[in-house]
Every structure is written in C-alpha cells, then in structure tokens.
Design a binder for this molecule. Structure first.
Ligand code: ADP
Ligand code: MG
Length: 232
C-alpha cells in the first residue's frame, strides 16, 4: 500500500551564497501493507516529522520515490497533492489542530464540506461517527470546552470522516495523560480492526509503539525495521 524507496532529503539553511545543506533523511526504505498499524519510533530531531511530511506529500523529496497503491505521489504538483491527500489520507496531530471557532460537530464535518458532500449526507455521516467515537454528547462543545482526550477523539473522528484508507498520526497521545492515552490507543486499534484503516504512527513512546503490528526506528535520519536501543 505504501512503498518508499531510496528516499533522501536535506534542508538548506543560511543566507544565499553561504548556504549549508543539512541531511535529514538518509536513503530510507519503508513499506506498509494494507490494514497494518506501523509505528516509527525515534528521538526528537531524528527526522520523523520530516519523513511524515514527505510521505503525505507536503514536501517533495530531493531523492527517491513514494508510491501509494502504485501511484507515484512524490512527483505530484501541489494541487494534485492536496486533492490526493483529501481523498486518501487522514491526519491526527499531537496538538489536535482543531478549529477553535467551530464546535466538535463542525470540526468533524469540515473535510466533507471540502469534498463538496451535500448537507444531509454530511450530517448523517458525522452523527454516526460521533456516536461510534463516543462524542455524541459533546457535539455542540467548542474545542476549549473539551478535555484533551475528547479533543483528540474529535481529531480522530475528523481524520476518519472521509473514510480514508490511510491515517498518519504524529505523536497522537503526546499531549495526553496516561489514562487518556490508553483510551485513544484502544480507539485507534478498534478503528483499525472494524474499518481496516492502515495507520502510520510516529511516537517516542514505547507504549504507543506496542499497539503496532510492526515497528521501525528512526535514528539520525536512517530508518531501520525493528527496535533499536539507540533510538529510545
Ligand atoms: P522529529 O520529528 O523526529 O523531532 P524533525 O523531522 O522535525 O524531527 O526534524 C529533523 C531535523 O531537521 C531537525 O534537526 C530539525 O531541526 C531539522 N528541520 C526540520 N524542518 C526543517 C526546516 N524546514 N528547515 C531546516 N531544518 C529543518
Ligand atoms: Mg516531530
């Protein structure tokens, strides 16, 4: 489903004429099969978020390929990338990234609006999903009226609402206490099982990594399969 080959990327920093190139991703190979939960563990600064940005098409890599179900996404132009993302990916963020002026219902509804789905269908879908994710009693609450765990449930429901085959999660439990973290992990596992959604989860937390079927370790821009003590 996801195939990454010989991927490398360096950031250019400094003033023009005096630029320095900082290699951040170094010859990465990575594969995810449909229906898997795969985790990527690594220390802060090891390149995890940069890798996720390349995977999801927010950044074009300097070298290498990303294939999603056989389609090469790493050469997409910006507009193609945005359209592909909306159809194929959901995103879950550490800091939830909810719209503060929209209530829980409206936050979850937003991707369907972007897809041009009509109001009746949107409402039907959002209601059903809020029920499934245990949010039906907070539909009219604004983000600042929700607990961290509830905000992340809204974030997860928003990622799911378009039925994407793949969800990318960058430190999904990084802002939650350990009890709420368990709740959110159980929700991710159950969604993986009931909807067959493929998850790629970035984390520095071993507990989170353990819900995965497979684990990769990012160390200084290099990705290896399995656990690597240098990264923990
Ligand atoms: P992680 O998510 O594992 O903490 P990141 O992918 O965010 O790591 O960052 C990896 C490295 O790349 C860090 O050294 C960071 O400073 C650098 N970096 C990230 N984004 C940029 C950028 N836009 N320009 C220059 N350097 C960057
Ligand atoms: Mg990061």
């Amino acid at each position: 489903m996801i195939q990454v080959m010989n991927l490398s990327h360096a950031f250019k920093i400094g003033k023009r004429g005096n630029e320095k190139s900082i290699p951040v991703l170094k010859d990465i190979d990575f594969r995810v099969k449909q229906g898997e939960i795969v985790s990527i563990v690594g220390k802060s600064g090891s390149g995890k978020s940069t890798f996720l940005h390349v995977l999801a098409g927010f950044m074009v890599p300097q070298k290498g390929k990303v294939l999603i179900n056989g389609t090469e996404t790493s050469t997409f132009k910006e507009a193609e990338s945005a359209a592909f993302r909306l159809e194929n990916y959901g995103f879950i963020f550490q800091n939830f990234q909810l719209m503060p002026r929209l209530n829980a219902f409206e936050n979850i509804e937003l991707p369907l609006k972007l897809q041009g789905i009509d109001r009746v269908k949107r409402h039907e879908k959002v209601k059903a999903l809020m029920k499934e994710t245990g949010l039906d009693n907070v539909a009219d609450h604004y983000p600042n009226e929700l607990s961290g765990g509830q905000q992340q449930r809204v974030g997860i429901a928003r990622a799911l609402i378009t039925n994407p085959p793949i969800i990318f999660a960058d430190e999904p439990t990084g802002s939650l206490d350990s009890e709420t973290e368990q709740d959110v992990l159980l929700l991710i596992q159950s969604l993986n099982q009931t909807h067959g959604i493929t998850f790629v989860i970035i984390t520095h937390d071993e507990e989170v990594a353990h819900i995965a079927n497979r684990m990769y370790t990012m160390h200084d821009g290099q990705l290896t399969e399995g656990s690597d003590q240098r990264a923990i």
